[in-house]
Design a protein around this ligand. Structure first.
Ligand SMILES: [Zn+2]
Length: 391
């Protein structure tokens, strides 16, 4: 998600926060300190309400993070890496590097989160009972966490994408129909109905006086609606890309210079001249490295004339490459994950072409425009209920 910033790393997973998260954190702390706790516990000082309110809001987000970590760790144990988790206005989101490969895998990953929330609720509830009568403030925090984690667990098993319940529903439909695409369509359809339902309910609440709750509910419904549609679109994109391999989306003609070529010439002839973002450095036909726009930018302009390509290039051993037979979807994922703009394509160790992110996205758009919108879906290469894994 754009604008997110990293706050740390747990179990090798980057934890990021989106600015919208700070907004909701402040809102939760405020509503607890000025509303919920004063209503529930009398005779505390204003400072105490706020101290307990802020602690509760922070701990709530710790439990949301634990919920996400439950998804991420189960996913990782099944060989599906999760590079990062983002906390944002609606809670948390684990970024999986690919879709689950089997219905069983999806079910386990999706169910782990709500199960963890319920577990947290039981533990904090039990601890709350323990400190009851001895420490009212700790009791207040623990009971609040128990209550809100039950709510989180229950809300998350509602069958709307991208809630865990939507994924559980898809895994069940997947198991029954044996088709990931059909299952996604079913789950996304239910998710859309669900999104509309929440929006309608939000308006009813709004008209009957619950303005804030109503707006909030409608907002969540609108978010679920968008997510359900996004899931369908993402699947269509995957369908297009799954049929293509690197060889088909690469450009076979790519600019190449000798190791001694000065940067000034590369900039003039290729980057400014032809809009290239990367140039291969080759020696007698074998690739020695790659020079990108960002490599050039690191050198002061007045030194471009005297700096040869080989001094700033990324050398061959460090270049990320793909094989001609690599699925296009995997190439796109990789470009995104590694933050690359281009990747050379190798065949039998020889460089045969280059894939740039911009050109790949153009091809996808074209393929989408050419694909029939309402016709029957293309035949699926899946019979057993297992999706071929891009490996
Ligand atoms: Zn979850």
């Amino acid at each position: 998600m754009g604008n997110s910033f990293r706050i740390g790393r747990i179990f090798g997973i980057d934890i990021e926060i989106h600015p919208s998260w700070l907004l909701i954190l402040g809102f939760v702390a405020w509503s607890l300190s000025e509303g919920f706790f004063p209503d529930t516990y009398e005779h505390w000082s204003r400072v105490a309400y706020w101290a307990v309110g802020i602690s509760s809001a922070l701990l709530l987000f710790v439990t949301v993070l634990i919920h996400e970590l439950a998804h991420a760790l189960v996913a990782r144990r099944r060989g599906l890496p999760v590079p990062r988790i983002t906390l944002f206005i609606f809670g948390g989101m684990s970024h999986m590097s690919r879709q689950p490969a089997t219905a069983g895998e999806e079910f386990q990953i999706a169910a782990a989160g709500p199960a963890m929330s319920i577990l947290i609720a039981m533990v904090t509830g039990a601890l709350g009972l323990l400190v009851r009568d001895s420490n009212e403030k700790a009791e207040a925090i623990l009971f609040y966490l128990a209550f809100v984690n039950v709510a989180l667990g229950v809300f998350n098993i509602l069958p709307g994408f991208p809630l865990d319940g939507g994924r559980v529903l898809r895994s069940i439909a997947w198991k029954r129909t044996g088709s990931f695409r059909r299952a996604t369509r079913i789950a996304a359809g239910v998710g859309e109905i669900f999104g509309y339902g929440l929006i309608a309910l939000g308006f009813v609440l709004l008209l009957s006086g619950g303005v804030l709750d109503g707006i909030w509910l409608a907002f969540i419904g609108w978010f679920l609606l968008g997510a359900a549609r996004g899931e369908t679109a993402g699947m269509q994109l995957e369908g297009v890309l799954r049929r293509l391999v690197a060889r088909q989306v690469m450009r076979a003609e790519f600019p190449s210079v000798t190791p001694g070529t000065p940067l000034q010439q590369i900039v003039d002839d290729f980057m400014v001249g032809h809009g290239e973002r990367a140039v291969m450095v080759a020696n007698d036909g074998t690739v020695a490295g790659i020079v990108t726009v960002s490599d050039v930018r690191r050198v002061p302009r007045e030194e471009w004339l005297n700096t040869p390509a080989q001094r700033v290039m990324t050398a061959r051993p460090d270049i990320v490459t793909v094989e001609g037979s690599t699925p296009a979807l995997q190439v796109l994922t990789m470009l995104g994950e590694k933050g690359l703009n281009q990747v050379p394509v190798l065949e039998n160790g020889r460089m045969v072409g280059i894939i740039t992110r911009r050109e790949l996205l153009d091809r996808i758009q074209l393929a989408e425009r050419l694909a029939p919108k309402d016709g029957p879906p293309p035949p699926e290469p899946e019979l057993s209920g297992d999706r071929p894994q891009p490996s």
